[in-house]
Ligand binder design. Structure first.
Ligand SMILES: [Zn+2]
Length: 130
C-alpha cells in the first residue's frame, strides 16, 4: 500500500517562514490529527531552494488554459517543467514563473493554469504522511 500525503502550502509560491514559525505550523497541523481515532505517522516542514511543483501524484490528469479553455496536456506541462528545471528531473522546480502558452500565446504563471486535481507551487510545505 502506498503512502498518502496531505501537503499544506502558502499562497505565495516564493514565501518561506522562519524555522521557528515552521515548527509552530507543524505542531498546529499535527494537532489537527490528534483526536480520538485520528492518527498521522509523520508531520514535517519541508523547505525548497527553488519553487517546487507540489503535485497531486496519480490524480494529475490534465492542464488547461484559463483564458481560452484549451487542454494543454500533461506532456506539454512536464516538458515546460523539465525546461524550467534545466533537464530531466524527478523534482520539477521553477525559476522563472512566466510561461507563454501554446494555445493562445498568453503569458501566465504556472499557478494560474487550470488543473483538474488540486496542485500548487511552493518553496515551503508542511507534509502530513498517512
Ligand atoms: Zn489559451
Amino acid at each position: 500500500m502506498s503512502d498518502i500525503y496531505i501537503r499544506v502550502i502558502p499562497d505565495d509560491p516564493q514565501w518561506q517562514p522562519t524555522a521557528e514559525a515552521a515548527e509552530r505550523t507543524v505542531e498546529y497541523a499535527a494537532g489537527l490529527f490528534a483526536g480520538p481515532g485520528d492518527h498521522v505517522e509523520l508531520v514535517k516542514p519541508v523547505f525548497y531552494d527553488r519553487i517546487m511543483l507540489i503535485d497531486a501524484g496519480q490524480y494529475m490528469e490534465d492542464v488547461f488554459c484559463p483564458r481560452c479553455d484549451a487542454a494543454l496536456g500533461l506532456d506539454w506541462f512536464w516538458d515546460m517543467l523539465r525546461e524550467e528545471s534545466g533537464g530531466l528531473t524527478v523534482d520539477p522546480t521553477i525559476g522563472d514563473l512566466d510561461v507563454t502558452l501554446p494555445c493562445c500565446g498568453c503569458l501566465l504563471t504556472p499557478p494560474e493554469l487550470g488543473f483538474e486535481a488540486p496542485i500548487g507551487f511552493a518553496r515551503f510545505e508542511v507534509s502530513a504522511m498517512n
